[in-house]
Design a protein. Sequence first.
Length: 327
Amino acid sequence: MLLAAMAVIAGLVVLIWSADRFVDGAAATSARLGLSPLLIGMLVIGFGTSAPELTVSALAAAQGNPGLALGNAYGSNIANIGLILGLVAIVSPLAVSTSVIRRELPVLGVATLVSALMMLGGMIGRVEGAVLLVALMGFIGFSIFNSRRSTASGEVDSLATDTMTEIESHPMSLKASLTWTLIGLVLLIASSRLLVWGAVEIAQGLGVSDLIIGLTVVAVGTSLPELASSLSALRRNEHDLVVGNVVGSNLFNTLGVVGLAAVIAPVEVGTEVLLRDWSVMTVMTVLMAVFALGWPSRAGRITRFDGMVFLAMYIAYTTYMVSLVLT
């Protein structure tokens, strides 16, 4: 059990570090190859912040631990809203951009409902997983088209601007960027294998399902890149990016992480996932939309009170999950 716990800790540390190196290297490589900042921001950095969830869930599914894959995705969504958005909003109230309210939040809501319909049969199969991945690709394509149209009409695209700032802060030659991309990718896979092994060993040792370990320990660990990017946006006074980061990450998790895991191996879903974990995730998502729309404060803002509500919900959920492990 001690060795497994050390494997989880070491796996998380290397996973977070390698994800950061992979994103830096891939973004710099893409820039050197002439990709637009918008594409880099949407694809490379967007996928990069969800790389820990993607690699862990893919490996867990491939190794016959689908509960860990699903728990990691939904647990990360709960942690993103309850822990990350809650804590950051308590530190400083957050502005919510109109594009997030009009586009990303409704899409996230629809994706969350569709995932529930898929789970009603007790299984998310390969066909359902492929549908989720196609939906994600479609949304990314639409977002790129819409952003390019806005840029062509003279509007400044905040994602493209932020991406260029990020790339310029980590200047690299093509050789260096390719090297860091490869190193980051190899370490991402290796650390994910170590993390999955440790998590499964702990679950077996405690006599609980790998789903619970995925919803708690693994989910929080793989959500740390989102916390880092949110705090970085807060330091740069770009408060409107924080909510966008959380919504975007949850969308990637709901469609991309679950979809990829299901394509690799069908994911069996117990009724407790729908009644407990999906319900908590959905209530948090709806509340995020309600708060962003202006209740009980003014529209387009996540207040400190809202942050305290999210954090209280996360603490209550985590306390309940820990009680399942201890009993």
